[in-house]
Design a protein around this ligand. Structure first.
Ligand SMILES: C[S@@+](CC[C@H](N)C(=O)[O-])C[C@H]1O[C@@H](n2cnc3c(N)ncnc32)[C@H](O)[C@@H]1O
Length: 221
């Protein structure tokens, strides 16, 4: 009786997990469709590949391990910026080819990919979630962007941002608050910071786009 209960609980857990993975796959497919529409990339049938990837039992077992052992250190959940807003943010920062753009918490890599492909700049994404980090690595490799784009696995609070020309943030109010002192200590005088949806309270807004809730800052050391 006892072992039947355990078996039922395990099979329910695995069924729920498979549903979650399928939802993640659909989200990634939607995201990659948006990104690739913008960068005109249709070299391989990525949808078939993604479905194969996420339906593969070995991959599912691996993902399960990662999600169980991974500690909860997130400073913001994954909510992707729409592609229109990605462009608006990069335009607000006036990104040029000689800029180095950082995306703090780069999610599925859309900001860094568009920065490199459409604006010709170098871009670095920092991502704490191992799945999204691996996803970004795969995408930039397939898109042939490894010369311009780098993805770092880890916590953006631990990365020195001194070489940044532009910083893109889509985080949370409490995270922005913690980042303010880091910006004051590390950023150069001409670094532009664009935040989506959430304000920095101790730095003055230089420009804002009220339609998309985007805010441009020039944090002074
Ligand atoms: C709201 S999403 C924004 C994703 C992407 N920048 C965009 O605009 O589409 C926030 C991302 O930050 C990542 N993140 C949260 N805390 C982090 C941390 N301390 N270091 C690195 N990445 C982090 C999350 O995993 C998530 O992918």
């Amino acid at each position: 009786m006892h072992s039947r209960n355990i078996r039922t609980t395990c099979s329910r857990f695995l069924r729920d997990y498979r549903i979650k993975i399928s939802a993640l796959a659909s989200k990634l497919i939607k995201g990659v469709s948006e990104v690739t529409t913008y960068v005109s990339w249709d070299a391989i049938n990525y949808k078939v590949f993604i479905m194969w990837f996420f339906n593969n039992p070995v991959i599912q077992a691996l993902l399960l391990q990662i999600s169980i052992i991974w500690p909860n250190k997130y400073a913001a959940p994954w909510v992707p910026t729409s592609m229109v807003e990605v462009h608006k943010m990069l335009q607000l920062a006036e990104v040029r080819p000689d800029d180095l753009v950082y995306d703090l918490g780069c999610g599925d890599g859309r900001v860094i990919i568009v920065a490199a492909r459409q604006y010709g700049s170098r871009a670095i994404g920092i991502e704490i979630d191992p799945l999204r980090y691996m996803w970004c690595q795969m995408l930039i490799t397939i898109l042939g962007l490894r010369d311009l784009v780098q993805v770092i696995f880890g916590d953006f609070f631990k990365k020195d941002l001194n070489d940044a020309d532009v910083i893109i943030c889509y985080l949370l109010p409490a995270t922005n608050q913690k980042l303010e002192s880091k910006f004051m200590q590390e950023l150069q005088a001409n670094t532009r910071v664009v935040s989506h949806d959430f304000l920095f309270t101790r730095i003055q807004v230089q420009q804002q786009d009220d339609q998309y809730n985007l805010y441009l800052y020039h944090p002074q050391p």
